[in-house]
Design a protein around this ligand. Sequence first.
Ligand SMILES: Cc1cc2nc3c(=O)[nH]c(=O)nc-3n(C[C@H](O)[C@H](O)[C@H](O)COP(=O)(O)OP(=O)(O)OC[C@H]3O[C@@H](n4cnc5c(N)ncnc54)[C@H](O)[C@@H]3O)c2cc1C
Length: 439
Amino acid sequence: MGKTVGIIGGGAAGMMAAIAAARQGGKVTLLERNDRLGKKILSTGNGKCNLGNESLKVDHYYTRRPDMLADFLRRFGTQETLSFFREIGLMIKSRNGYLYPACEQAAVVLDVLRYQVKASGVTIVTEFKAERIERDTRSNLIEVRSEKGLVYSFDRVVLACGGMAAPKTGSDGSGYHLARQLGHQLIPIVPALVQLKCRETYLKTVAGVRAEAQIEVYFQGKRRARERGELQLTEYGISGIPVFQLSRVVNYILLGEASQPESHSRGRDGFAGDRLGKKGKQSSDEDVEVVIDFMPDYSDAEFADLCASRSLLQGQRTVEEFFTGMLHKKLMLLFIKLAGLKPTEAVGQAEVWKLEKVYQLCRHWSLRVTGSNSYDNAQVCAGGVPLDEVTEWLESKILPGIYFAGELLDVDGKCGGYNLQWAWCSGFLAGQAAAKETG
Ligand SMILES: Cc1cc2nc3c(=O)[nH]c(=O)nc-3n(C[C@H](O)[C@H](O)[C@H](O)COP(=O)(O)OP(=O)(O)OC[C@H]3O[C@@H](n4cnc5c(N)ncnc54)[C@H](O)[C@@H]3O)c2cc1C
């Protein structure tokens, strides 16, 4: 007879784990706290679900154990994701390497998964919020207790409760508490793929502007990270894919983990629960600085040539007229003001250093970052259960018989389908191993 396998969390990783465990001959029960499975999948990719990427490398992720992650992705990568979804009936298309359901509906991805879970004979228990997990020493089974006192017992359990990003979808961080209860450490958890807040109140005047830019993060005079892409300016700060991808670096700096992500700060303060959902404390008097370059394709020399050639435009123009044509109108007006100029003054009368300042702002606009938006707005969490504490089959080294999958682990990806790819990969490997006779 197959092993009894309990999966806690019916999200992307949990549903994949349930299907994989059932294929392996396991008698599977999926325990989900919501009244339905996979709520978060519906909001992925703006409702279109970017479920993977043709280009899959460890470099697309952050983790303290890239070697282990490489091995997991080698065993279940893009090809395996494509085959899996084709087998369960989903047509997939690629948009510049980004994989989406052909119908562009996240709801259809969820449907094919739900139907497959059902067809695999998995027992689905909804409105079950797991609160405690322990091994019963007499039966040697793992007991999972709900907050209402209901108890299920299994040979093996897969923890796939997600992180605490977008908690309205069900992942409220309770998976971290369960992991801690079992004796696991946690790499401090911060919101990632999220907007950043800035100190500058004048940002209101440029809210809504979008522009291609290179963005660099500086702290204590050192550059910590750099991204390029479409920047979006908001009333309170900055957004857009490059900002999302920098947000985890900024949040770790603000949490006082300035050396993240390269250096391993594992378990330094154990569970970051007291900080979860709160804005990190500034680790020094200095702010984190972002420097924005709106002309990243120009070398310094090319930009100097551009400025020199523009001086021919001077004539009878006002300052505003003179600078028109370089950047978005609202940005140019802001930079004119920041340089101490009036848009209506004659450019010929303006002080040269102020004109130069406007050019300089186009390439080195510095903003002071005070934090990020909260978990409510984040797409994922960075940090979690360290890969060091699981085997190559994602089994707990602390309590054998317990497996981990998905965002609960210390793996977070960049934008581009990498987080769901990790959920499919880890869910599949953990589910399959959990149902195996030998584990
Ligand atoms: C707005 C948004 C857009 C996104 N877009 C993309 C995208 O296009 N591509 C991409 O790759 N990634 C995207 N992501 C990230 C991706 O959705 C997640 O990384 C992924 O869903 C994580 O899967 P998971 O199964 O680990 O966790 P989740 O999907 O969060 O699932 C966890 C499940 O466990 C349940 N649960 C939690 N605690 C308990 C408990 N104690 N007992 C029982 N059940 C519990 C929850 O209700 C939930 O159903 C997006 C995220 C958001 C918020």
